[in-house]
Write a protein that binds this ligand. Sequence first.
Ligand SMILES: [Zn+2]
Ligand SMILES: [Zn+2]
Length: 631
Amino acid sequence: MLVILGRAVSLVVLTRNCSLFCKRSAIRRCRVFVSGLLSVGVLLMTFEAGTQEMCTAGHEHDEEEETLQSLRVAAQVPVSWRAPQQAFREARAQKGEDDNLRIKLLAINDFHGQLSTGRLVSSRPVGGAAVLAAYLNAAQAGMEDRTFIVHAGDHVGATPPASALLQDEPSISFLNLLANKHCTYRRPNDQKCNLVGTLGNHEFDEGKDELLRLLDGGNHPTGPFLENPYRGAKFPYVCANAVRTADQEPLIDPYVVKKIKGVQIAFIGAVLRQTPTIVTPTGVAGITFLDEAEAINRYVAQLKANGVRTIVVLIHQGGRQTTYQGPTQIGASVVNGPDIQDIVTRLDDEVDVVVSGHAHSFTNALLKNQNGKEILLTQAFSASTAYADIKLEIDHKSRDVVAKSASIITTFADIAPGLTPDPKVAQLVTQAEQTVAPLVNEVIGQAAIDIVQAENSAGESTLGNLIADSQRAAVQADFAFMNPGGIRTDILAGEVTWGELFAVQPFGNSLVKMNLTGQQVYDLLNQQWAPPQQFPRILKTSGLTYPWDNNRPVNDRIVEVRKGDIPLDRGATYSVVVNSFIAAGGDNFTVLLQGTNQVGGPVDLDALVDYIESLPQPFTAAIEGRITRLN
Ligand SMILES: [Zn+2]
Ligand SMILES: [Zn+2]
């Protein structure tokens, strides 16, 4: 009975509680992931870091939705628009006088280093960089000189090992392989270079210096290296609204202008202005994120003054499109995403296309801005499983777009052109997988049981206990606190490899040891519910126990905290370990900003690996009543 009641409650909560929503998805992902072990022995991780970012931002996000065949079919339905005055041109076209310039944009977003194969859509293989490349090659066949490949951010960051263990350099090299001869390391901004990217929140994960190194080249302090020396991106990145706090100048170029047959086409980049709320604060230190629409419009005005009329926005922000059946529904109502709707509404009339991302979902719709101008908005799921095929017709005289259409194509690997993966890209992926394989396949321990992130009603989980214990052991602190969103998938019974542990803790956060008073420990735990927390975030703990009372106010739910059998002395000082994300106030745990004597520790993953290796095998973890719930 209790179970049934609990389920009913959790269903209600599910619609409001992103945390639970994500966990549910993560468990399903894990199953897909296990069924996707790769022949070359490299473990394929299909975890989705985007889940955390979306949840943190309070959006609805369901990874499972991405694998639905019905949604993929809906995404492929073309959306098209034609300028009203085109009617007479149509007539001319029939007489063979149509001289409109026809170009293509092939758009991806949220690649997240998915070089390897292993993803599935309704049990069919999709994507991997080489398959995606085969689709992009086929889509531009015959018009290679009039096609641009663009991406809307999160190309790197939160990536599987083949990319992550090589500092995400192979993900940039992958795009370099798609670049035409006009893209060069020395002059990536050539007007005929066929590639443009923008920044997502994950590009900031390791801070701006590492981001700029990844784009501009230069070796990372540690290897292994695939490309040595590493030369960076052969193509430009653009972002209009990430500015240096010191002088308000854009961190990278806000836009680039391309030219085809005398017609200029501008690409303006932007990243969601909420980036600082979802990236480790040190990652965005010194950078201010401006309102996206205002920043974009500022440069639209400049471009218009220079005679540019065809303007494409690449933005790392987006929504989800309502699933629908039957004919395409055109209009704002089909896109669920208040942030992107608000941005598009405020965009200048001169913007023709917005390539979006971040939601890991699909969008293919015409959204009206505040003046009624219909702007084509696309998004192509994530992780190499789809691309947007966008066609533009540009009038030579007005230099503006007179017709536009798009379709979101899933990159199935079991049909053409996916049956013939791009050989150069395939070679790069194989090299990357082989280079990281020894690290990935190393067996770290034997799990006696499934050790899972699913929480009991109090908020305790077996995997949370294991991770918190590993962190406390790593720096010998009194207590450890681990944020639930940083635990990405379960550990399954049996052999546990480094790669599987990487999937559990993929963010590479370092540990931070600090001192808190007993009172601050109470305050920290009360922040699990208190505003601005949008849903409960129960930290996984080690070294202490406490009951919380659901009938008490959200800022006073902790009944009593004990270390062993002894209640905490609110005036005494205790040593605490957390990861660098929450140490910097992430997930709204601002009490940690008051911690004194802060000292950095090992990377969280290393702490987990070392701890598991130190345990008697097979190892296990249990719900121990560290957290109990009253009412
Ligand atoms: Zn993403
Ligand atoms: Zn993102």
